[in-house]
Each structure stands twice: as C-alpha cells, then as structure tokens.
Design a protein around this ligand. Structure first.
Ligand code: HEM
Length: 132
C-alpha cells in the first residue's frame, strides 16, 4: 500500500498533473484518481508507449476501452497518489459559505440588493393600497 490509511488523500489540479508528463516522472488520471505510474511504466504488460501517450492526462477512456482485468484494476491502488480536483469544485470552493471572502462576493451581493429594491417598492405599494 502506498498511502497509509490515516493520511487523507491529496487533491491535484489538472495543471499540476500535466507537468508530470515525462518517462521519468509520469502521472495519469483514471476515473478521477491520480496515479504515479513512473515505476510501473517498464512493467506494463501493454507496453510503455500506450501509457506515455496519456502522460499527465486523463486516461480513463483508454484504460476502460482495453477491458483491463480485475488484477489490473487491483494494481491501480499501488500507484494511487490522490484525487483529481474537479473544476466545478474549485470554482465552488471560493464561493459562498465563508464570510472572510465577503469582499469577493461584491458582485453577487449587489445583484441581490438590486432585486430587493423592486420587491420593497411592490410591498410598499400593496401596503399603501391596503391601509391608505
Ligand atoms: C496504472 C495504470 C495501468 C495498469 C495498472 C495497467 C495494467 C495492465 C495489465 C495488468 C495488463 C495485462 C492484461 C490485464 O490484466 O488486463 C495490461 C494490458 C494492457 N494495457 Fe494496461 N494498465 C494501465 C494503464 C493502461 C493505459 C492508460 C493504457 C492505454 C491505452 C493501457 C493499455 C493496455 C494495453 C493495450 C494492454 C494489452 C492488452 C492485451 O495485450 O490484450 N493500460 N495493463
């Protein structure tokens, strides 16, 4: 096992994974998981070239298309180094919940205020009609 059970998996962005694209340092992504296959390259029964083609990239489709055996799938865990950070998650991470980031939300807030004005006018109008 390459990753001890007590250490949470790392997360890598696609740009970082893309820098590991040489024979001496090669990562690939399969099903959202990142694998360092540097030491496996020479042992791969399907040859180096097919894996090199996907150096630093997502190889899910190619890996699945070959119809790798259960044994092959089982081997993946030996090379697992972390998870691919989904672009949408990255976008959302900087988003809502955190009050410290309020300055980043100026635009969002101003559009909410923009909605509030007509609503307030409508409420005031109804109140006026009812009680005047
Ligand atoms: C860490 C990732 C990978 C592992 C652990 C792995 C493992 C294996 C294993 C154990 C085999 C022998 C046949 C089997 O048991 O299914 C194999 C064959 C093969 N693999 Fe991979 N593989 C990996 C990635 C890839 C990728 C990305 C490709 C890209 C196309 C690929 C293409 C092939 C091909 C063409 C064969 C030969 C199939 C045959 O001779 O019938 N493999 N692989």
């Amino acid at each position: 096992m390459s990753v001890p059970a007590d250490s949470p998996p790392k997360t890598f962005v696609a740009d970082e994974i893309a820098t590991h694209n040489t024979r001496k340092d090669i990562w690939i992504v399969i099903n959202g998981r990142v694998y360092d296959v540097t030491r496996f390259l020479e042992e791969h029964p399907g040859g180096e070239e097919v894996i090199l083609e996907y150096a630093g990239r997502d190889a899910t489709e190619a890996f699945e298309d070959i119809g790798h055996s259960d044994d092959a799938r089982d081997m993946l865990k030996d090379f697992f180094i972390g998870n691919l950070k989904a672009p949408t998650a990255a976008t959302q991470a900087g988003g809502d919940a955190d009050a410290d980031h309020a300055h980043l939300r100026t635009k969002q807030n101003s559009s909410s205020w923009g909605l509030l004005v007509p609503v307030a006018v409508a409420v005031a109008f109804v109140a006026y009609k009812l009680y005047a």
